[in-house]
Write a protein that binds this ligand. Structure first.
Ligand code: GSH
Length: 212
């Protein structure tokens, strides 16, 4: 199995988390998102992923993009350490938590969006940071409220799920851009508990070979 990703990419972080949590071996192929305008835009990489985004995942003859699709593929194909509850309603609720972060928050803080703000739209770094803080607060306020109903040790009950996999990269990003997290005690408690897992440490951005 091969994972094309970038150490700081939240979607790549999600797939690494799934692979380590499920104890699957893989080769990591770094794609530098910044150097020389970004290796995601090279013709060779675009053959693998025409959208010019990471991650891309290859398992034998199967090439996949979209981190959540990759993770669900892994979860169905490799049964150990399931990442979603088995009961239909619980599964839908854990997925909804994951999508709250992966579909509503991450896209508006993605590199190409931030580059468009500071490039074409001429925003200052301060305005870009205000943008990030605004969307993180909006998303985390709702997420915190949800967690008060769903969380046990982790986002949904006492097992690690797709929701935790989506939470970890968003907290990493929020910390990177110095978003205060005092108003989100449940979210922070879950995030801190997740740090105790080996798989989480292995998957963290700063522990990747391409980390700078
Ligand atoms: N929904 C996609 C998001 C992929 C995505 O946004 N990847 C970012 C890094 S987290 C990227 O490659 N950005 C490159 C760019 O913006 O040029 C997924 O979950 O895989």
């Amino acid at each position: 199995m091969k994972l094309y990703g970038y150490w700081r990419s939240s979607a790549s972080f999600r797939v690494r988390l799934a692979l380590y949590l499920k104890e699957l071996e893989f080769e990591y192929h770094p794609v530098h998102l910044v150097k020389d305008g970004g290796e995601q835009h090279t013709p060779e990489y675009r053959k693998l992923n025409p959208a010019g985004l990471v991650p891309t995942f290859v398992d034998d003859k199967v090439t996949l993009n979209q981190s959540l699709a990759i993770i669900e593929y892994l979860d169905e194909r490799y049964e150990q350490h399931p990442l979603l509850p088995s009961a239909t309603v619980d599964k839908a609720r854990a997925r909804a938590l994951a999508y709250d972060l992966a579909c509503e928050l991450q896209p508006v803080t993605n590199l190409r969006v931030l580059k468009y703000l500071t490039g074409e739209l001429n925003c200052s770094d301060e305005q870009r940071n205000d943008w990030i803080h605004h969307w993180v607060h909006q998303s985390f306020t709702a997420f915190e409220q949800r967690l008060t109903e769903t969380a046990g040790d982790y986002c949904y009950g006492d097992s690690v799920t797709l929701a935790d996999i989506c939470l970890l990269p968003q907290v990493y990003n929020a910390e990177r851009f110095k978003v205060p997290l005092d108003n989100y005690p449940t979210l922070v408690a879950v995030h801190d508990r997740l740090q105790e897992l080996n798989a989480v440490q292995q998957a963290r951005p700063e522990n990747q070979p391409d980390a700078q």
